[in-house]
Design a protein around this ligand. Sequence first.
Ligand code: FAD
Ligand code: DLZ
Length: 507
Amino acid sequence: MTDKPLIIILGDQLSHELSSLAAAPNAPVLMAELHDEASYVRHHQQKITLIFSAMRHFSKALKEQGRAVSYLTYGSDPAVSSFTDAAKMIIKRDGINRLIVTEPAEWRLLQEMQSWPETLGIAVEILPDTRFLATHQEFADWADGKKQLRMEFFYREMRRKTGLLMDGDNPLGGQWNYDADNRKKLPKGHEPPPRLQFAPDGVTQDVMQLVAQHFGNHVGLLDKFAWPVTAAQAAAQFEHWLEFCLPQFGDYQDAMKTGEAFLYHGLVGAAINIGLLDPLKVCQAAEARYHSGQAPLNAVEGFIRQILGWREFMRGLYWLKMPAYADSNYFDHHRALPDFYYSGETDMACMREAIGATRDYAYAHHIQRLMVTGNFALLAGIAPHDVNRWYLEVYADAFEWVQLPNTHGMALFADGGIVGSKPYSASGAYINRMSDHCSGCTYKVKEPHGDTACPFNYLYWDFMIRHRDKLGSNPRMGMVYRNLDKMPDEKRRGVESSAKKFLEQLK
Ligand code: FAD
Ligand code: DLZ
């Protein structure tokens, strides 16, 4: 029988160095805009636009290189709404007898593709995704036998493996981690530099029309779409960031400012996750800026830690712990996600700001995701499934392998301590320290309870009271519970009754 292989490339596999492309240099490619992928959660309109436009650009680039590409635009074949439908159709149409894929990044799709030999009666070769810096086996070996998995120690292994920011066997500068130098508030009147943005080209404009027609009722606005949709655009945006933002990325990594969605952040998550930027090259480019004296170590290390450390660590945990991971609910939280996560209509200025950026740009930076929307969901006892779904819908960079450990583990502690050693919970004081939001807020950040008090204040203590059985013996929570024990009874009663009243009217 003649060998008739076909490569299937997914919407987050838009890299010319993809293992499937390298394995079969002459094989044709199938790419498909799929109803099931675009609607298994109600993705933000900008996210669908980004992925479809980047897919169209990538398929054009492949064709220009001489690849045969079958590209199914959205709805062009009514019988095709999933990867399985697409595979079935092309096997029949082109007499394909072998499928080649780079492993999908999400567990549900790996299950689907692993079933194809049985359900479609075809050989399927699933190749490792070599764009990640640690293999599944390396992560599993590192994790094996450890009581606790901590990012910091994995990150050190990754520094050693890649040689990034190393001085022989030691970390450059003598310290592995400069996190303590990443926590400055922005000075009053400080203006972050403007960002390089991309006006939608013809391809993107066509996709925007399609998205408005078919997904116009999904969250988000399209008019501010400015994401890079090709590798060249992503590289240009990253170069601009290296030049104008990296030097202050470290200092202001945790800061928040009203009206400034991006500050000094890289805006590279979406481009890396869909394959337009290579994570190792991005880290190497940042490291080069340190060696040439153009950026300080706390900035460069802070950035590299996010990609080499957190990004790889989250991916490793996801594959180690799925599928059970997604169903844990350590605090047994079941409250429905309030409507204002979609509408942005809330009097809490910090929440309004984070949700507004999310709606406008399919983006919010890490501290907004973790310490504002994530922190609120944790303290208010929102059901992890609801919160996970929201995060997967609303961010341009959201794919389950990275969204789930960040939301479920880091923000909600719903995994009971696999990602972090304690919940990232905070009262309004933290938000006030790191932002300018509280001065313009309806609520008073200095008031501990009562109708005008910042809800983060009483929800924080109410959360600690409700979950003492689960958190009280955690050594990292000792100070919190000592402070709770010193709290006068009257204040404690005020906190509990304000929290009860607030949560009862939360819809
Ligand atoms: P920068 O702040 O410039 O950081 C540079 C890069 O480091 C990011 O692009 C990303 O690739 C990596 N990075 C930073 N922090 C993390 C992290 N905690 N985990 C993994 N990679 C990290 N990141 C996603 O890529 N997809 C998600 O769906 C996602 N969901 C999140 C949900 C929650 C609740 C939280 C707290 C964090 C989430 N993150 C997610 C991590 C992080 O917030 C985003 O990667 C970052 O905000 C993207 O913006 P940026 O490119 O400007 O990042
Ligand atoms: C996220 C997404 C969307 C919205 N649409 C498509 C699509 O139509 N076709 C496709 O190949 N991929 C899409 N994706 C990305 C896939 O869902 C992605 O490959 C998985 O989430 C695995 O990470």
